[in-house]
Design a protein around this ligand. Structure first.
Ligand code: 13P
Ligand code: SF4
Length: 325
């Protein structure tokens, strides 16, 4: 395994022990490695901390290391940089973006917000710094209900960019909100029909779903929540089997916590009518690899850079979220 990785690193340098080199560089650079649950299992196992978006933002806020290696997608690393302007924040692959963040271009969002000057703007953390800068408060899937509850009842709310999460929150909180029409390319692909078929073959299986899924998929779910919440439910539930409707990277931690249980990826519709399981892997998250993690630790590149005006404007709504506890 290590030899195979070493020979794939290349870059004019013969590295035979990539894992050993990562260990050495982590100490030498005084770096902390943060990884989201959607990262490939090898990266999760190498990380100092793994977590959902909120937990990783808190770890980034508290980081004492000089370097933060963020194994996740761009908006997550950018949030770490917003919170830590003096630290070097690197992302193994700078192209690791997010379809949901991309579905909310800042200039269009600005016009949407300016057309509703009496609204408070709640933005999901899956947004660019420029969109955060247009927001009053940020939320993640872990704390969205609390963030919405912190806004006075008579104040109208804009919620963006995920329309499915937004609709779910309207249902859960009873608050009307004006929704930005964004979606995640991964979570909209789960097939209600294929999940029903799988459930017929596994009647004891619980369905676990992330709130970025469509309403008809959430309607089948026994438990809806953030990645951390889904992992905890898998460990605590008495069910022997689970159909997991989110990025399958989470299954690594589910299996670690409950090795006796069975975890199935929720299927997508598939292009030829057959169930597609690989469709649920986030193509952005999966751009990061152990080799790229090694290279970015070695070179301290690619680095997240932000102009100070945008950083400060994006910091205020993130801090409002973190202060809510
Ligand atoms: P969590 O905050 O639940 O980890 O979700 C992040 C994400 O990108 C979901 O697609
Ligand atoms: Fe973005 Fe969707 Fe990937 Fe999450 S799963 S990082 S929302 S594209």
């Amino acid at each position: 395994m290590i030899g195979a990785l070493g020979s794939r690193v290349g870059q004019g340098e013969a590295v035979t022990d990539v894992y050993g080199e990562i260990e050495r560089l982590r100490r030498e650079q005084n770096a902390v490695i943060l990884a989201h649950y959607y990262q490939e299992p090898e990266i999760q196992d190498l990380a100092d901390h793994i977590g959902d978006s909120l937990a990783l933002a808190r770890k980034a806020e508290a980081a004492e290391a000089d370097v933060i290696v963020f194994c996740g997608v761009h908006f997550m690393a950018e949030t770490a940089k917003i919170l830590n302007p003096s630290k070097t924040v690197v992302l193994p692959d700078l192209d690791a973006g997010c379809s949901l963040a991309d579905s909310c271009p800042p200039e269009e969002f600005r016009r949407f917000v300016e057309a509703r000057p009496d609204h408070r703007v709640v933005s999901y953390v899956n947004t660019s710094a420029a969109v955060k800068a247009l927001s009053d408060v940020i939320c993640t899937s872990s704390n969205a209900k609390d963030v919405i509850a912190s806004i006075p009842e008579d104040t109208p709310i804009i919620f963006g960019p995920d329309k499915h999460l937004g609709r779910y929150l309207v249902e859960q909180t009873g608050r009307e909100m004006t929704l930005w029409p964004g979606t995640c390319m991964v979570h909209v692909l789960f097939s209600e029909r294929k999940i029903r078929e799988l459930k017929l073959r596994h009647p004891d299986a619980e369905v676990l779903a992330h709130p970025e899924c469509e309403q008809r998929v959430l309607a089948l779910a026994d438990h809806v929540g953030s990645t951390t919440s889904l992992i905890n439910r898998a460990a605590e539930s008495p069910a022997p089997e689970f159909i997991v409707a989110t990025e399958p990277g989470v299954i690594h931690q589910m299996q670690r916590l409950a090795p006796e249980k069975t975890f199935m990826r929720a299927p997508g519709e598939g292009s030829s009518g057959g169930a597609c399981e690989a469709c649920s892997e986030c193509p952005h998250m999966r751009l990061n690899t152990v080799e790229k993690l090694y290279l970015c630790l070695r070179d301290l590149s690619p680095e997240i850079q932000l102009d100070e005006e945008t950083r400060l404007a994006a910091l205020a709504p993130i801090q409002r979220m973190l202060e809510l506890g």
